[in-house]
Design a protein around this ligand. Structure first.
Ligand code: SAM
Length: 182
């Protein structure tokens, strides 16, 4: 489903990035397992809230920021303008070569996607991971039903749960963060 944010939504997201960037987005980016040389995919990057911090941890690697929305990608380019090792892709379903990435993360993206679309998206994300690669998602815990579907689909694609944690996000409440290994 095509979707573009309103100017108000972009403004409010920028405001929340200013207010909560360290406690929410940087904390998540800092926990992602990286040594600085990886190929990474940010699926549903939005304005680049997590990518802004992740790119700093990737001096010898490469980050692909992907979003369904042309408008979010434009804002994302601005957020990340000081970084060179980034590619921007606009699409609603990931179409990458098999085993392209060491790490794929989805930050507050998957719970909004329909179950039928999720089936194809999670399959494609799993295929795009190298053996031993890592998939991380963080989704609001109130979306328990959708989280159950997401976990089931990830496990159906032969990824194994390594760890999970619950974090408190200002305004949004608790979120589940799970790390899977291929
Ligand atoms: C709630 S925002 C989260 C953005 C960012 N990850 C963050 O945490 O700030 C969800 C994002 O997912 C994107 N999105 C939704 N469905 C998508 C799809 N099928 N493919 C790629 N991006 C999608 C939206 O355009 C939006 O930018």
């Amino acid at each position: 489903m095509k979707y573009e944010p309103s100017l108000l939504e972009i403004f409010l997201t920028r405001l929340s990035f200013l207010l909560y960037s360290k406690s929410v987005y940087r904390a998540f980016a800092d926990r992602l397992p990286l040594n600085g040389k990886e190929q990474v995919l940010d699926f549903g990057c939005g304005m680049g809230t997590v990518a802004y911090y992740l790119a700093k941890r990737l001096p010898y690697g490469h980050l692909t920021c992907m979003d369904i929305s042309q408008r979010w990608l434009k804002v994302c380019r601005k957020t990340l303008r000081s970084h060179g090792n980034i590619a921007y892709r606009q699409s609603e379903s990931p179409m990458f070569g098999k085993e392209s990435f060491d790490l794929v993360y989805c930050h507050f993206v998957l719970h909004d996607i329909s179950e039928s679309e999720l089936r194809d998206i999670i399959h494609a994300l799993a295929e795009s991971l190298k053996p031993g690669g890592v998939l991380v998602f963080r989704e609001p815990l109130r979306e328990r039903g959708k989280i159950g579907v997401i976990k089931h689909l990830i496990e159906q694609n032969s990824l194994f749960l390594k760890e999970s944690r619950i974090t408190d996000i200002p305004l949004l409440g608790n979120a589940l963060e799970s790390v899977y290994i291929k």
